[in-house]
Design a protein. Sequence first.
Length: 570
Amino acid sequence: MQRLLVLLPVLLLTACANMPGRQQQPAEKPSPQPSAGQAPAKSEFQAENTVLYHLLVAELAGARGDLDQAVDQYLAAAERSSDPAVAERAARIALYAGRNDAAERAARRWMAVSGDAPQANEVLAVVALRQNRVDEAVDHLDRLIKASGDTASGFSEVGSILQREAKPANAVTVLQKLVQRYPKERAAHYALGEAALNAGQAELALKAANDALALSPKWRDAYILRAQAYLDNGQSEKGLADLQRLLTQTPNDYDLRLHYARTLLDLSRTKEALAEFKQLVKKHPDDAQVVYATALLAMDAGQMEEARNYLLKLVNEGQRTDAAYYYLGRIAEQEGDYKGGIRWYSRVGGEYRGQAQLRIAVALADHGELEKARSRLRSLRRENPDMAVRGYTVEGDLLRSAGRLQDSLDLYTKALAEHSDNADLLYGRAMTAVQLDRLELAEKDLRHIIEQDPNNAQALNALGYTLVDETDRVEEGLSLIEKAYNIKPDDPAIQDSMGWAYYRMGKLEKAVGYLEDAHEGSDEPEIAAHLGEVLWKLGNRDRARQVWQDVLERDPDNPYVRETMDRLMR
């Protein structure tokens, strides 16, 4: 019967030939008629033709996207055919269509006509999982493992099925039950560990990894699993130790070193990650992804010359050139070569082009060419409507930085007429309104953002700081800042606002702690000005002078620090 599926295209042609309107040739000889009292026997050909009919209707229904009709017709064909392939096709399409009852009927038919169809257990297991019949799913998956002939392969297949079809908690429950049936199989414990990690159960994953290692003490994959369980459980040093132990044993394992490097990066241990990525580049200098990552890490570490060399390597090899040009521009900018930066940015295409055009505008404005910058941003908005909001935001910020506050406000108002309720534009206009002393408009815009997104920490903090710094509504402002702090406690800007609010309330000792945290996390001059002022008021004037002097060495005319020093030291 397998040939039935192959014959479908031929049947389509036959069906077209027999459509009404075509002239039929008379049969040369009439078919014999049954004798009186004798029921006509249904021939094997007639049965096959019925199956073919259902298959044909199913295929046509599937082609036009009518999955329900396709499932019904495939199921009808399966129940009339002794071909396991027909039943399998019916079961898998019903499963795909989400017709669980039909999938189960087809799978049981598949088992009946084949005598032994281990893969039918996969369909039955999936149906059971979808209907939360966990014990039944365990039985079918167990049969699948036994039929695989290799327990490790069987558990790998089961793991894939569970990841695809089961809720994470159900996957863990199923594998716990299977581990009870296969307590001496390392693959069972490993599969349980993976499922536990996926379900956020790091303790269980750790136990499963240790159970797998107890059965196979040198198993590389189990060590990696245990390392991830340690990391997810907050025991990063133990996780890294496992990976380091493996690397000591197999120092040339490229994939393992890459995994270790990425783990260091995830833990924000960028210097150590950079050292590992440099080793990876030495081993595989043609791996563009690794070269690119190493370049970005070198930039982050301030190793600009090395970063430039890695990026030029990508350019010379024609790999990730748009990204390389973009970051070469960033390096040139950071080195004060704004013309060089513009040259690199001008070569950027693809997904980085819009961002490169924004950087060109900023570079032009920073060097006194504000109108050229604005022209560039207008062109960007015309060419790339998706960048319109970003373009307006950058232009509004540039105008505000240049002291053209009314122009900035007018631009944001125009942009909001085109993109109403946009949070970035509302925030930009609010910041300009504060500098224009239009606090009512600033508060209105910031509250509009918060109404749309009550957990917008940036807007909560901005409104709170504005009330603290510009009005006598200090306690109301502190309440808003506290909400922002609860959302992002490690944000230096929010820590600074907390400290400044307590300073305005006269709570200097409480204020200085928040400001010290903010200053440690950011070198923003305004934070340094605030910290210095509180230290000065607390009588720690040598430290205050040092904090301010650190800023002035970088930026001798910084207005925040100069105003604070002039006010306190006169």
